[in-house]
Each structure stands twice: as structure tokens, then as C-alpha cells.
Design a protein around this ligand. Structure first.
Ligand SMILES: [Zn+2]
Length: 174
């Protein structure tokens, strides 16, 4: 990478980050000779990801489309937008790391759900109701029930842990 000021060939990378669009890497460099700073962009050579829809048609993997869905699912929930963007980035890198360049929309839906379940239960339900297309209301209610039980179990575990800790504290203070 030649310095634009003195044309020296060596530079030090001070900072690297992926651009917002996710398709290039921005590097902040410092020339080893004249010490001036400049920025370079490296485009990531990407094989496009293709989504196979339920009706068999193909469309490109679209981060924004998924983000729109996630934002809708998290309306009035305290899930930071950054977290949602991370979910999408994780899914994309999971697919790429596994050389999955063609993936069914249903599979992407399941991947999103798996991550949402660990992030926000309400968002999970909202997203699931759209993506998983519950066969009927009974099935939807069953899922709600399962999640509620899971949430209760987690709460109970947490509170019994707290009680144990409180008892322990008292024992040690006595
Ligand atoms: Zn220079």
C-alpha cells in the first residue's frame, strides 16, 4: 500500500473496521516514513448468498430485509439495534463459514429464531408467528406455553440461587 503523500511502500495499520454495508474493510494507516495518515478501503470478494424461497424462487440474501423484520419484532422491546445487526452478521458468517451459498428462507428463519430466543422472548414469539407459520392457534399457544415454562424455570433457578447465597452470607456472618 503506497503512501499517497511520499509514495513510500510501508505503512502501519492503526485501525481496521468493516464498513456499514459490510462489504469492505476500512483501514486507517500511517506511513512508516513520513508518518502521515491515510485511509484505504479493501473490498471483500464475496460470493453472493442466495435465498431459496418457499415457492422455489431465488433472491439475494438481503440484510436490510431481515433487519426490517427484526425491528418489527422488537418494537417497544429494549433490544438495541446493534444487537439485531449482530444477529444478522452472525448468521451471514455462519453460512459463509460453512460454504452455504444457497439457503432456504425457512432455514434462515430458524437461525434467526434460535438467536432471538436467547435475546428476547417476546420478539421471538412475534418473529415466529410470521416466519414459522404456525399451523393453527393451538400450536401457537403451545409454543407460548413452552416458553412461559422455560422462563419460569429460569426465574425459579435464579431465585433459589439468590436464597442460597443469602443463607450462605448469613452463615458466614454469624
Ligand atoms: Zn508517506
Amino acid at each position: 500500500m503506497k503512501c499517497p503523500f511520499c509514495h513510500h511502500n510501508e505503512s502501519k495499520v492503526l485501525d481496521s473496521r468493516i464498513t456499514e454495508a459490510g462489504d469492505s474493510i476500512r483501514r486507517r494507516r500511517e506511513c512508516s516514513k513520513c508518518k502521515k495518515r491515510f485511509t484505504t478501503y479493501e473490498r471483500v470478494e464475496e460470493i453472493p448468498l442466495t435465498v431459496i424461497k418457499k415457492d422455489g424462487t431465488h433472491e439475494p440474501f438481503d440484510r436490510n430485509k431481515i433487519l426490517t423484520g427484526l425491528l418489527r419484532a422488537t418494537v417497544k422491546r429494549k433490544v438495541p439495534r446493534e444487537k439485531l445487526e449482530n444477529i444478522i452478521a452472525e448468521i451471514e458468517s455462519d453460512l459463509r463459514n460453512n460454504f452455504r451459498y444457497e439457503v432456504k428462507s425457512k432455514e434462515i428463519g430458524e437461525m434467526i429464531l434460535e438467536k432471538l430466543l436467547r435475546t428476547d422472548k417476546v420478539a421471538y414469539i412475534r418473529f415466529a408467528s410470521v416466519y414459522r407459520e404456525f399451523q393453527d392457534t393451538a400450536e401457537f399457544l403451545k409454543e407460548l406455553d413452552r416458553l412461559e415454562k422455560q422462563a419460569t424455570k429460569i426465574r425459579e433457578e435464579a431465585s433459589s440461587r439468590k436464597i442460597k447465597e443469602a443463607v450462605k452470607k448469613q452463615e458466614t456472618s454469624n
